[in-house]
Design a protein around this ligand. Structure first.
Ligand SMILES: NC(=O)c1ccc[n+]([C@@H]2O[C@H](COP(=O)([O-])OP(=O)(O)OC[C@H]3O[C@@H](n4cnc5c(N)ncnc54)[C@H](O)[C@@H]3O)[C@@H](O)[C@H]2O)c1
Length: 257
């Protein structure tokens, strides 16, 4: 149980991040729903409060150093130090295309949100975790990293590779303080509806991704948000205290190691 602990989930205004926030609230944490989407974050926080949990929405752009600092300062002042950090904000952030077609801006955006954002939030959370000699950082990578597939996602997969490096190097450095740092790698968890606000992929590209991934999974169905929330909550719990520097693939057995 996470009673009395503050859990901050980035990119929690919808979909997977929303699922993590709701699940951690159900385990007793006071949850910070952090997102650039103020309206969505407030709606998720309100839903958690209506269900009897504790939640607060904080507008935060993980790609912006000042915004992360201000968000964490607000949380510390109102709820206390962050004990559980789920670095979920991220995604493709650019249309799929050939490696040589990406612009530097598209590359930089993917790396800045997925990787730099995870580091900025970890950096802001570490002092409070060290003082408490307890902390959980759960980074979100992707099974795409295991195969370099699907194609035409070079900046995204490269950034997620960096998130694995961040996970391992932080785990080494923070272990002496009883702070664990792990990653969850979702497989294909694409919403069937409600893709608004996402990078739109052509129907042809979507079909090729679905065909590739599902045909190679042991469990031949698309992943759902409910498939992901348990593993994230486990890594955030006290029960997972001796697990660090690891990645858990939650992908229906797409990646077998
Ligand atoms: N959906 C999948 O199949 C899948 C597979 C593997 C990994 N992932 C990873 O899971 C995470 C969530 O993916 P999703 O499919 O739920 O994405 P999504 O696009 O549905 O949601 C992302 C959320 O992050 C927020 N966000 C975007 N940029 C932000 C920023 N700079 N600062 C703060 N918030 C920001 C958005 O407003 C949105 O609420 C991502 O890291 C993604 O790479 C997803």
């Amino acid at each position: 149980m996470l009673d009395g602990k503050v859990a901050l989930v980035t990119g929690a205004a919808r979909w997977l991040g929303k699922g993590y926030a709701e699940t951690l609230a159900g385990k007793g944490a006071a949850v910070v729903v952090a997102d650039i989407n103020a309206e969505g974050a407030e709606a998720v926080a309100a839903g958690i409060r209506e269900a009897g949990g504790q939640a607060r929405a904080v507008v935060m752009d993980v790609a912006d150093e000042a915004s992360v600092a201000a968000g964490f300062a607000e949380v510390e002042k109102t709820l206390g130090p962050v004990a559980v950090l789920v670095n979920n904000a991220g995604g493709l952030l650019a249309p799929t295309q050939a490696a040589e077609a990406f612009s530097v801006e598209q590359w930089t955006r993917a790396v800045t949100v997925n990787l730099t954002g995870s580091w900025l939030c970890a950096r802001a959370a570490i002092p409070g975790m060290k003082a408490a000699r307890w902390g959980r950082i759960v980074n979100i990578t992707s099974t795409t990293l295991d195969y370099g597939l699907p194609t035409e996602m070079v900046p995204y997969i490269s950034a997620k590779g960096g998130v694995m490096g961040l996970t391992r190097s932080l785990a080494r450095e923070l272990g002496p303080y009883e702070i664990t740092v792990n990653a969850v790698a979702p497989g294909l968890i694409q919403p069937k509806v409600g893709r608004e606000g996402r990078v739109s992929l052509s129907e042809e590209k979507l079909k090729s991704i679905f065909d590739l991934v599902i045909a190679n999974q042991c469990i031949r169905r698309q992943g759902e948000v409910d498939d992901l929330v348990g593993p994230v909550a486990f890594l955030a719990s006290d029960e997972a205290r001796f697990i660090t520097g690891q990645v858990i693939n939650v992908d229906g057995g797409w990646a077998l190691k």
